[in-house]
Design a protein around this ligand. Structure first.
Ligand code: FES
Length: 105
């Protein structure tokens, strides 16, 4: 599993999503009180950016139709989305946030 540097840890404000692109994969990074999570930035319901939504209690809400996705599992908590979005492994090394987008889980 290869990790790529996504950003500096100091660039992430708590519960404020940040969009990055790693190897062409759009990723929403979110720092929460449970740690830093990386989730595919495209909602599984339609082609909109999840990082433009709001985060609360480790859930990111799609701004378009309101489905929330669990940052830990990628699973939606309610309709209209029914499919999960990919989540990616995250490592923190010093002030670097590293993400592996090769293996979806
Ligand atoms: S586009 Fe995200 S819930 Fe519809």
């Amino acid at each position: 599993m290869s990790f790529l540097r996504a950003c500096a840890l100091g660039d992430l404000q708590e519960d404020v999503p940040k969009r990055v692109e790693l190897n062409g994969v759009p990723v929403a990074l979110v720092r929460t009180d449970e740690g830093v999570f990386a989730i595919n930035d495209i909602c599984s319901h339609a082609n909109v950016s999840l990082s433009e939504g709001e985060v609360e209690d480790c859930m990111i809400e799609c701004w378009l139709h309101g489905s929330s996705f669990d940052l830990r599992s990628g699973k939606p908590s309610g309709l209209p989305a029914t499919k999960p979005v990919a989540v990616y492994p995250v490592k923190i090394e010093g002030d670097d946030v590293l993400v592996s987008v090769n293996q979806e889980s």
